[in-house]
Design a protein around this ligand. Structure first.
Ligand SMILES: Cc1cc2nc3c(=O)[nH]c(=O)nc-3n(C[C@H](O)[C@H](O)[C@H](O)COP(=O)(O)OP(=O)(O)OC[C@H]3O[C@@H](n4cnc5c(N)ncnc54)[C@H](O)[C@@H]3O)c2cc1C
Length: 536
């Protein structure tokens, strides 16, 4: 038997909070320092070898659809591996599905964002129902009777995996059904019909082309009612205790996100209750989308962080050509570049989460403009970053046990789900156009950094925002990229060590290089950047 040599130890157990300097600082700065104790406890739970294994198991043993029971009755159930349920139990126990609503306080959305950022590093699939449940609360509140029945269950932290009517359960999760076969971006094309049942409720007939986490207890769905496209709550069970007529046709065979089921469904007169004003379905669902889009930015920042943590950990232990990889000058450049991307994603995401904690004018404008912008750019950077991190591990990075293949397969989903890249950029244009003080708010945010390098870049951005062509749709991606880079630079200049801010400005604002990571210019303190990002 050969001797195993020069292999790093696994990165476990480790505390995902205590070992992450950037996250700890951001939580404190964005006013959630009170949550430190809970976040340290969650970071320890998530970083245990047995929890990490749950993530692997939940993905290896994919959910299975059972349409019929053995006698031929429709049951439309999906069986998940016990690891899925165990991970959801951890997430609910930490309140990641609803804590800012159940216990509102300054920094509540930031504290939750930090918890989700850690969860998403260990298993991203369970984050889907967590995000949808979190996003559903403001929408459900538009229907007070529904809210008073459902919110206590949504706020509960005892995960109940049973497929039973919600009133028999300790807790409930909510999913969403917007996308239909003929279109997901342009929701006006929805054809599912909602017919008044005569008792104030509705019956749905139609289909949804994507309905993720189909074992959620209820779904917010869009359907055409007599007054136009409206929002409905569609429970899995009817009030008289029957299975609702939601037929799961098949589960999608997805690239990644494999622990989670995403289904195609048909409604055959399914019982549903109207949420909010009839005919105003799209604006009602857009509010939910704002929260789930924040979660896409958090989820992708999480994937980035886990990839960077694994890459640095590996490079610290693996030797090639008589040096640790981390000390090879070119590897040091690659790792520092990855670390910069990660820190920039994290600080922007948590700054954005704070905007959800506050209701002043600046915060409202900030979240309206920056949510789609951050979702676009952070999610867009994730596939390239996870590929590069995989390469740091060499051949072992391509092997499932390393977690990098799972991160890589997961990487594109947040960019598509809840509005693909182009839709996000067009949304940023719309937000700027419809918010008279948007340019001022952004300028204040950038000016506060008081930095000459940023000033020149931000000046060009401001000119672009003021120009008549700012609504040129074909240029929207370029504009949004600049906006995000400027905001990230401002945050790093204000709050991060100079080594990080200098390298970010020298690479991202100078518009040199590009195309691959690891092309940072000379004269930067690469060692300090990598040291800071290491999972110690
Ligand atoms: C894993 C996964 C889970 C999902 N889960 C759910 C779920 O639970 N519930 C749900 O409702 N949906 C879900 N979706 C669907 C998802 O939200 C949609 O796929 C997405 O919104 C895009 O819609 P579409 O697929 O119909 O693409 P289309 O709308 O056909 O868009 C295709 C492309 O065209 C671009 N595009 C569209 N309009 C324009 C324009 N005007 N200018 C320029 N470009 C444009 C888009 O950016 C996109 O790149 C899920 C998707 C995935 C991959």
């Amino acid at each position: 038997m050969f001797e195993v040599q020069n292999q790093p130890p696994p990165l476990e157990p480790y505390n995902l909070f205590a070992s992450d300097a950037v996250l700890r600082e951001a939580v404190k700065r964005e006013r959630a320092a009170w949550a430190d104790g809970e976040l340290i406890a969650l970071g320890a739970t998530l970083g245990k070898p047995e929890t990490i294994q749950l993530g692997f198991d939940a993905n290896r043993y994919a959910p299975v659809l059972r349409t019929l029971d053995r006698y031929g009755h429709r049951i439309d159930e999906v069986d998940f591996h016990p690891a899925w349920h165990a991970l959801l139990g951890i997430a609910l126990n930490a309140g990641l599905h609803s804590s800012p609503w159940a216990k509102p306080q300054a920094g509540a959305h930031v504290a939750r964002a930090a918890g989700c950022y850690m969860l998403g590093q260990i298993e991203a699939g369970v984050y889907c129902p967590i995000a949808m449940t979190y996003g559903s609360v403001p929408t459900l509140r538009q229907a007070p009777a529904i809210a008073s029945e459902w919110l206590p269950r949504i706020f509960a932290r005892d995960y109940d995996a049973r497929f039973r009517p919600a009133k028999e359960k300790t807790s409930a999760l909510i999913g969403m059904g917007l996308t239909e076969n003929q279109g997901g971006s342009d929701l006006r094309t929805n054809t599912t019909r909602a017919e008044p049942a005569g008792d104030g409720n509705f019956r749905l007939h139609g289909h949804k082309w994507f309905l993720s986490a189909p074992m959620c207890d209820a779904f917010l769905v869009l359907a055409q009612s007599p007054k136009g496209l409206s929002c409905f709550l569609l429970p899995r069970w009817t009030p008289d205790g029957e299975r609702n007529a939601i037929h799961i046709l098949r589960l999608k065979d997805k690239l990644g996100n494999r622990s989670n089921a995403s289904s195609e469904v048909e409604f055959d007169g399914a019982y549903a209750q109207l949420v909010g004003e009839e005919g105003r379905g799209i604006p009602i669902m857009i509010e939910m989308a704002s929260y789930t889009r924040l979660d896409c930015a958090i989820g992708s920042s999480a994937l980035i962080r886990q990839a960077v943590a694994q890459a640095i950990h590996h490079a610290r232990h693996r030797t090639a050509f008589q040096k640790k990889l981390v000390d090879q000058p070119l590897m040091s450049n690659v790792l520092a570049d990855l670390a910069l991307e990660s820190e920039a994603a994290t600080v922007l995401t948590l700054r954005l989460a704070r905007a959800y904690d506050e209701s002043d004018e600046i915060s409202v404008v900030f979240r309206r403009v920056v949510t789609p912008a951050a979702k676009f750019w952070i999610c867009k950077r994730t596939p390239a970053l996870t590929q590069e991190a995989m390469e740091v591990l060499g051949g072992s990075g391509y092997i499932e046990d390393s977690i990098l293949p799972r991160l890589y397969r997961e990487a594109p989903v947040n960019s598509i789900w809840e509005g693909a890249g182009n839709i996000m950029c067009l949304d940023v244009l719309r937000a700027i156009e419809r918010t008279p003080n948007a340019a001022d708010v952004l300028r204040q945010e950038l000016d506060a950094a008081g930095d000459a390098r940023l000033q020149a870049f931000a000046g060009r951005l401001q000119q672009r925002l003021a120009a008549r062509e700012r609504n040129d749709e074909a240029q929207a991606r370029a504009l949004v990229r600049e906006l995000v880079l400027a905001l990230q630079a401002a945050l790093l200049i204000k709050h991060s060590p100079p080594a990080v801010a200098d390298a970010f400005c020298a690479s991202r604002l100078a518009d040199e290089g590009g195309g691959a990571f690891g092309m940072l210019p000379r004269g930067l303190d690469l060692r300090a950047i990598v040291e800071r990002a290491g999972p110690v």
